[in-house]
Design a protein around this ligand. Structure first.
Ligand code: PGA
Length: 263
């Protein structure tokens, strides 16, 4: 059964003391939601230099884990400024975001490179949170379904079924990221149901029924509950609202209140 998942993508924000207090505040402030059979999990994805500290803070938690925002596919070598999936796993992280639209846009990461990263992450035991989503122009042209289909076909759909089952998909319409514009519940549900249908076509209905598909793009404390009530929305990838403890706690509460297929 699917548990709701809320992942906080801090992007390039927070220094060391700020990051530590944010994690502590969120963990303490969500204590009443951390029941034994609770059907939610949350992942902190801070900048690299905070991954180890976050992983240490969450290591005894049944609900929280740590992740990174990117990785390099090689285990080691002459790649100045990069960090490998192996190093991220060694820090105690469990997830890594791959294919975020900011990586695709600003760092020109293409599908071939993203597939290499997926394979590296999986080889190191990390669970990728793989992002897909259309631009405003593509939505206005009505091509969003085929754009997302192509992004998945060139990457996660090339994995074998067991590897794919370790991946989480995050649908993030580019026009909604950091803009305050959110996909409507109808737009989100339509795309998530479509992605699940594509997964079913590629890997079968059992895998499709178990796959987590997160929504990202200006998801916040006010709209999380309605987005998470959509049958195919299994949680969120949260940027701006993951940087404030009260907001992230409210989003976790929304996930806990909409356990989906878990209960
Ligand atoms: P946002 O970012 O919540 O600030 O729109 C989401 C993301 O980029 O993952």
């Amino acid at each position: 059964m699917r548990k709701k998942l809320v992942a906080g993508n801090w992007k390039m924000n927070k220094n060391h003391p700020e990051g530590i207090s944010l994690v502590k505040e969120i963990m303490a402030g969500s204590e009443s939601l951390q029941k034994e059979n609770a059907c939610w999990e949350a992942v902190f994805c801070p900048p690299y230099f905070l991954v180890q500290a976050c992983a240490d803070l969450v290591k005894d938690s049944a609900h929280f884990s740590a992740g990174a925002q990117n990785c390099h596919p090689a285990d080691q070598g002459a790649f100045t400024g990069e960090i490998s999936a192996r190093m991220i796993a060694d820090m105690g992280a469990s997830n890594v975001i791959i294919g975020h639209s900011e990586r695709r846009q600003y760092f020109h990461e293409d599908d071939v490179f993203l597939l290499e990263k997926l394979n590296a992450a999986l080889r190191c035991g990390l669970k990728p949170i793989f992002c897909c989503g259309e631009t405003l122009m593509e939505r206005e042209a009505g091509t969003q379904l085929s754009v997302v289909e192509q992004q998945l076909a060139a990457t996660v759909f090339r994995l074998d079924p067991a590897a794919f089952q370790s991946c989480v998909i995050a649908y993030e319409p580019v026009w909604a990221i950091g803009t305050g514009l959110t996909a409507s519940t109808e737009q989100a549900q339509e795309m998530h149901a479509y992605i699940r249908k594509l997964i079913e076509g590629r890997f079968g209905s059992e895998v499709a029924g178990q796959s987590l598909i997160l929504y990202g793009g200006s998801c916040n404390a006010s709209n999380a509950a309605s987005l998470f009530s959509c049958p195919d929305v299994d949680g969120g990838l949260i940027g701006g609202a993951s940087l404030k403890a009260a907001d992230f706690i409210s989003i976790i509460a929304a996930a806990a209140a909409h356990p989906g297929g878990c209960q």
